[in-house]
Write a protein that binds this ligand. Sequence first.
Ligand code: GLA
Length: 736
Amino acid sequence: MNRITTLIATAAAAIALTGSASGEIINLSTPGTSMVLDATEGQPLRILYYGDKLSAVDLENLEASPLAHHEAYPVYGIYPQGEAALSVTHADGNRTTQTEVTGVSTEEKDGATVTTIAMRDKAYPMELKVNYKVRPGYDVIETWVDITNNEKGAITLNRFMSGYLPIRYGDVWLSSLYGSWANECELTEEPLTHGVKMIKNKDGLRNSHTAHGEVMFSLDGKPQENNGRVIGAALCYPGNYKLMVDTDDSDTHHFFAGINEENSEYHLKKGETFTTPELALTYSNEGLSGASRNFHKWGRDTRLHAGNKERKILLNSWEGVYFDINEDVMAGMMEDIASMGGELFVMDDGWFGDKYPRNVDNSSLGDWVVDTRKLPHGINGLLETAKKNGIKFGIWIEPEMTNTTSELYEKHPEYTIKAPNRDVVKGRGGTQLVLDMANPKVQDLVFTIVDTLMTKYPEIDYIKWDANAPVMEHGSQYLTSDNQSHLYIDYHKGFVKTLDRIRAAHPDVTIQACASGGGRANWGVLPWFDEFWTSDNNDALQRVYMQWGTSYFFPAIAMASHISASPNHQTFRRIPTKFRADVAMSGRLGLEMQPKDMNDEDRAICAQAIEDYKKIRPIVQMGDLYRLQSPFDKKGAASLMYVTPEKDDAVFFWWKTETFMNQQLARVPMAGLDPDKTYMVTELNCIDNDPLPYEGKTYSGKFLMANGLEMPLTYKVDYHKNTDFASRVLRLTEVK
Ligand code: GLA
């Protein structure tokens, strides 16, 4: 091992390089994982290994072991049969690319170490830099590529993936998320078989309704939550993506992830560089939950905006009053949420529009002025009411959009996305259009919308940023005719640029990413957003499923989860308040209803939930997630828990997902506790006449993880209060 030179001492010896018989071996090392590359000059970059952290002896002898020596970033052209991460048409029309490593460098940036392997085409002055970012303490490696054109003329990028990973053929299973509006984050688990599995998005804006740009690979057969080797991959991009697993006739599943290149070929002028979004990779030998914990910790600490700041408990006005906004109703809602212990009120859609009042969804987007017919004392009046009630105030906007019925559209129809010689294609309300964020004037406009709000009303604490339309026709009125294929990519370049400006000017305001519900749950937006709206469906039973899937890649702190009315407005299911509260408390708790519609008992349950949530908020929002029993396994109940990193405090959630008489449900063993610690059980949100038999009792972590605690299938309540739902929230506090 003495021939390995540790180059980076500062970043916990994250990177080690070694000269070897075949050249330069790079060991990207994190606390629990190693990725090993062969960056021999004059050769293509190769990946030798990704998995459990290698010992010195295994690292030394890696090349002799029968591991695949795949290119780390395969390119198209020579032996063009296989899939490639990059495909280029050079300035002279040549469609082949052939790379060789020219050097390796490392850079310390913001506490992370970036290793860059420089490559060039053997015959053309096109440069490729493959980057790997490692942060001390995190089992996540971020990879991305810079492509620089030094050729005589423009080159065309036909495919430009962020990264590639070969996964050894075996009993490998893929876990991925699919769904649709109001049914986000359904889970699919499937063994990888021969052929291509493609997961893609072509919406233009909302990239997480139907499928997700994140996946997990279970390497040891059917996925398990707390056992087995798992590789996780999350593309950090807000736009159209493509994730592809090609299982060919070799011994390998070839995994590619990046921007969806379809109808997006990119022309790179001489001297220009194209940078792909990051692909975040993780590996865990603690099953799916272990990979999720890696993503959560990395995400909270390094990617999510204000990821370590506790989120407030809020009431959002949407399902309570929809567009029926007025001063009295807003004031009533603020009083009500304050009296229940909430901390923030968010006024949703319907507050704006002068010439065209926003009374339904068919007008006014773009006209971000207060409708003083509804709110005579304006935003200031509302801010005062909030202050009087001791809570903060937040507001809804949809800044990337307009309606044909709006003053903005009357003045600037050229700001919208539209193809020439076609009728304008309209969305929501029959009038909604998307503004063209590729256009710098639109970028300025969107920046100014937020900047004006925040400058005029600096006390605004929270913005719900919505986006309720896809790209409805391929056409930018800003881009030149030969660069129309840049629309999808330049939209997001403009979007991100604008978000950068907004965050530079307004770092403290909490911003939620909403896009027709859960359309923007992705790591590509979260550096600027504090959370996302998980779904427009608040039905607590369906949320058990949706939030389960969401938690594969995103931490609870970012997952907005609200108690809404019963019957539910989407499914019409009637679910008791206790169960609705118990589900909402497993994410970022809020309410989404008119509190005036609640009876005293339901209001008391909500107030209790808010009080209890404040106690467990640090555990839920910052703790480690252990998913225990999946609702997708149809075992009659679902269960998960959060544990503090010190393992001295935990919250156990259990929700019954179906009800049959004399049903026998398995007891759920817990996970993540310290076997040698003793924990005291306290039930939260308790509605029973008698406490659970475990109330105030103590158990060892070892016992709880081996056996769990038996959950009664019903509550002990007065006869007429029985329902077909049951759930429990238990806090487990270390007794010293
Ligand atoms: C979208 C959002 C909702 C709500 C409405 C307002 O559908 O997902 O939460 O804000 O817009 O029009």
